[in-house]
Design a protein around this ligand. Sequence first.
Ligand SMILES: [Zn+2]
Length: 440
Amino acid sequence: MILKPLLLLGQPSNAYNSHRPGSAAKYSLFLVVLLYLSSFSSSCTSSGARGGPARESSRAPDIRVCLAENLQEGSLAFRGDYRLEMEEAIYQLDESVGTFMFEVQAGIMRLRSERRYFELEAPQTLVFKPKLKSSQFLFNDIPYGGDLFLYLTDQGVTVVNEVGIERYLLGVIPQEMPSNEAEYTEAVVAQTIASRSYAMYRLNIAPQSKLYHIRADESDQIYRGLSKSGLISDQAVPATRGIILTLQDQPGLSEYHSTCGGVLESPSDTASLPGLAKDGVSYDLSRGQDNCILSPSYRWVEVRRIETILHNVQSLRQIDSVVVADWIENGYTLEVVIMERRPSGRVDAVAVNLNGESHVFSGSSVRRALANRAGEPLPSEFFFINASSKNPQKMYIIGAGAGHGRGMCQWGAIGMALKGFNHKQILSFYYPNFKLSKAY
Ligand SMILES: [Zn+2]
């Protein structure tokens, strides 16, 4: 292992702030947020000291966010002073090194910039701590605040950002919901509280891993650090500081998804929809509420060539490519049959009957079995299949919604905000059994 003092290049730490939108709109939104804040603090239950919007009560916890797992290569740069802690040494880093490119091969990580070179052998943990809160690190060109952990193993590098949960939320909300439209304000506030609850659930109840609590992608919540701000979310996060949704006094698993297509997934939520029976919702897409009708995924049609389905089955079932090439040349039969639907109408299992053999896909693999040629899964499990009457090589998949359908429908929240519902009404509609509480 070659260890050399690591010197890092500093950049102006306020470059990002200069991209904020204009101040006039910001002022009016600030008033909006203050107004709802006053209604909020008078009604939510609090287990700790209750502070005003500018005064901190008890400390918000830090959350460990996985930015990438078992990575083979990437880039790393720093704006401001950092301290690097490793097993045997601590390095004071200053601002003169530049961007590191790193790569991992057979458990060896090479970190290389114009000025410095490190070669490290797995297992190894590198901890980068900023001297000032304003310091940032850039991982693959995206800026983040807080501490950075690199866990090197034989499989690659796992990159973890440890950051205060309120600061984390500032990097989540603008990724999860349009956060610059004044008329979306109540939906953004609802999203903020749902995202905070979800994060607290991962932090306290069900962490994703021993190394981190939560992932920075769609499998949990999209988080891009300081890369994008939201006019409304920048106000909504501090204004709802510590407010979460709870179930039995614990942070609740407040799941959400893009578009329900008019029918939510869980029976309890479905029962709360006006005009929908708990059972027998079946798969009548013409029924159901239309809160999310503005979503581009409210209804969709996708066309698939059967050869695409063949390739999906090949990769999911690991069928030899020589066999498949032979089928394509000499002919094959392929038919897709919907086997089961859940009470909401979403497909629970499909069978792909290929040359007389039935391949059944259920759960999350339903969407992957019907992925497009680029490998993108079907938007939702809420669909029908129509064979093409003119071209037997094609099928039409007619569907509704995007995502799993559980918890809050994000486009539905926007629809409710546009209809004049406030964030409490939105949250109680989508999370009927949850309570609002102050966690810190
Ligand atoms: Zn919806």
